[in-house]
Design a protein around this ligand. Structure first.
Ligand code: ZN
Length: 282
């Protein structure tokens, strides 16, 4: 296994970095620098699943968080990846080597997780892209997890999380996946939408909760991206966590999603940039 050749540490921290919060009795949200890492499982149950793995060279922080939540012998049953961007797969090789656990992702994302395909170059000219200037060289070379990563089952079930279904939400990446639990309508939204302002994505989070579209300069397919948000809204989630920003619930969540969909052009779509200019001519 190996990380992408252009992987590097990304020196960006939200003020929430390093904090862990119990959002639901079996959902622990740990903020690694700028991205959420989820631990699904009750602390006393002694089994849990990790969803997404934070940033490159941050495995100690993730392991510390697991120990804090589940005790000294913490070991997950599996790791789920919503997609293969560096801020979601940054420690997965270290974690697999430490714990020897299986990794699952959607089949359509596997080429980006097995060294076969690189993500498109980010569009730094898209609005909101300016804030990425400190990360001008966002790594995009594919990680290679070899046969340690397996496709999520075709029937929509999620290994080790029997109450969940996985839901394809392409747009931000080809094989991005969300996860949903019907019982309490809990949604793991990946980066289909984020719960912070675009301009705060890679810097200091404000206290204000707000729902934004997927990260602008890293999202190549805006038609699918909108369909994905509509699909997730139609599930009528009661609780949601996305890759970036604060967890949200109830009316605030549903109204925020509805508002994002109703004002997609102003609130989500970049007004210019290579990922949208092409479609102007269709
Ligand atoms: Zn992403």
């Amino acid at each position: 296994m190996k990380y992408g050749d252009d992987y590097r540490k990304i020196p960006m921290y939200s003020k929430e970095s390093g904090k862990g919060t119990e959002f639901l009795p079996d959902v622990y949200v740990f903020v690694d620098q700028i991205v959420n890492v989820l631990f699904i499982g009750r602390p006393e149950a002694n089994s849990f699943v990790i969803v997404d793995t934070g940033l490159y060279k941050r495995s100690e922080k993730i392991i510390e968080a697991a120990i804090e939540r589940f005790g000294a012998h913490a070991k997950p049953s599996a790791i789920l990846l919503t997609h293969g961007h560096v801020d979601h797969v940054g420690t997965v090789i270290d974690l697999v080597e430490k714990w020897n656990v299986p990794v699952y992702a959607a089949e359509a994302e596997l080429p980006y997780l097995t060294g076969q395909k690189s993500y498109p170059e980010p569009d730094y000219t898209a609005e909101g892209g300016l804030v990425l200037k400190t990360s001008k060289f966002f790594p995009r070379d594919p990680i290679d997890l070899e046969n340690h990563v397996q496709p999520l089952p075709e029937d929509g079930s999620v290994p080790f999380l029997p109450e969940f279904k996985w839901i394809p939400v392409p747009g931000h990446t080809e094989g991005q996946t969300a996860f949903f639990r019907e019982r309490d309508r809990f949604l793991i939204a990946a980066d289909a939408f984020v719960m912070t302002k675009q301009e705060d994505l890679y810097s200091v989070l404000t206290q204000k909760k707000i729902i934004s579209g997927p990260p602008r300069c890293l999202t190549p397919d805006w038609v699918s991206a909108k369909e994905a948000v509509v699909k997730l809204y139609n599930l009528r989630p009661q609780y949601a966590v996305s890759g970036h920003g604060y967890p949200m619930s109830g009316h605030e969540l549903l109204e925020g999603l509805k508002d994002l969909i109703d004002h997609w052009e102003e609130k989500a779509l970049p007004s210019h940039g290579k990922f949208v200019d092409d479609s102007d001519h269709q």
